[in-house]
Write a protein that binds this ligand. Structure first.
Ligand code: ADP
Ligand code: MG
Length: 250
């Protein structure tokens, strides 16, 4: 579903990704941890075409997104295909960024109607089912301001799922939540994982990574320092930087 080979990304002279090698198979849940500024969000944004890589190779959903080896010309996916691919990738951010002037149902219906041009009645039926799936059947007419952070984040997940994505990216989806609201969002994500969704989850929730993740990646300073089965990385980290980070978050 995702393959990165020696992926590099710079902003001006600041090199943020310094050669990332990763692979995510269909149905896999990969969790990514690491200190602030290590390039986790940038990597997700490259997968979702919000940033373009400067070097290495990146495939998403079986298609080459970007490619540059030393001395070669840069290959970039055509805009048309980028747009098509972005429709197949759902992303949930730390901040819920729902459309404030739309109800929960309106938020979930928006993209399938506007982007895919599907008939409203059909989209509505699916949106109702999705809100039910994230435990918000009774909140479909509520506006974001009337919902708790955890409820808003669950609407955001339903909204992403409405596009029937092949891949879901989560960027610290619970970091902005009050502690008592974290569990309800993680539970929805866990169910999604059990349903077979391919997911990349940047998170500081080590318990979630251990229980739900198939693999765990520790990033620091723009490189993958360590990766493996979550239990192995958490209980028996090999690299001193991983040990140091885990000792601070556990
Ligand atoms: P993380 O998500 O691991 O905290 P980020 O990927 O957000 O890290 O950021 C990695 C580094 O890249 C940081 O130093 C950040 O300031 C820088 N950065 C991210 N986006 C941009 C941008 N659009 N322009 C310049 N610098 C950026
Ligand atoms: Mg980040």
């Amino acid at each position: 579903m995702v393959r990165a080979e020696d992926v590099h990304k710079s902003f001006g002279r600041l090199e943020v990704l310094k050669g990332i090698d990763l692979a995510v198979r269909p149905g896999e849940v990969m969790c990514v941890i690491g200190p602030s500024g290590s390039g986790k969000s940038t990597f997700l944004r490259c997968i979702n075409h919000l940033e373009k890589i400067n070097g290495g190779r990146l495939w998403v959903n079986g298609r080459l997104v970007g490619y540059r080896q030393k001395g070669d010309r840069l290959y970039e996916m055509r805009e048309r295909e980028v747009a098509a691919q972005r429709r197949d990738i759902g992303m949930v951010f730390q901040r819920f960024n729902l459309f404030p002037h739309m109800t929960a149902l309106g938020n979930v219906m928006e993209a399938p109607v506007q982007v895919k041009g599907l008939p409203k009645a059909q989209v509505r039926e699916r949106a109702v089912a999705l809100l039910d799936r994230v435990g918000l059947a009774d909140k479909r007419d509520a506006y974001p301001a009337q919902l708790s952070g955890g409820q808003q984040q669950r609407v955001a997940i339903a909204r992403a799922l409405a596009m029937e994505p092949a891949l879901m990216l989560f960027d610290e989806p619970t970091s902005a939540l009050d502690p008592e609201l974290v569990g309800e969002v993680l539970e929805v994500m866990k169910q999604l994982a059990l349903d077979g969704m391919t997911m990349i989850v940047v998170t500081h929730e080590i318990g979630f990574a251990r229980e739900v993740g198939d693999s765990l990646v520790f990033m620091d300073g723009g490189v993958v320092v360590e990766q493996g089965r979550p239990r192995d990385v958490i209980e028996n980290p090999q690299h001193p930087r991983t040990q140091d980070f885990l000792s601070k978050v556990l």
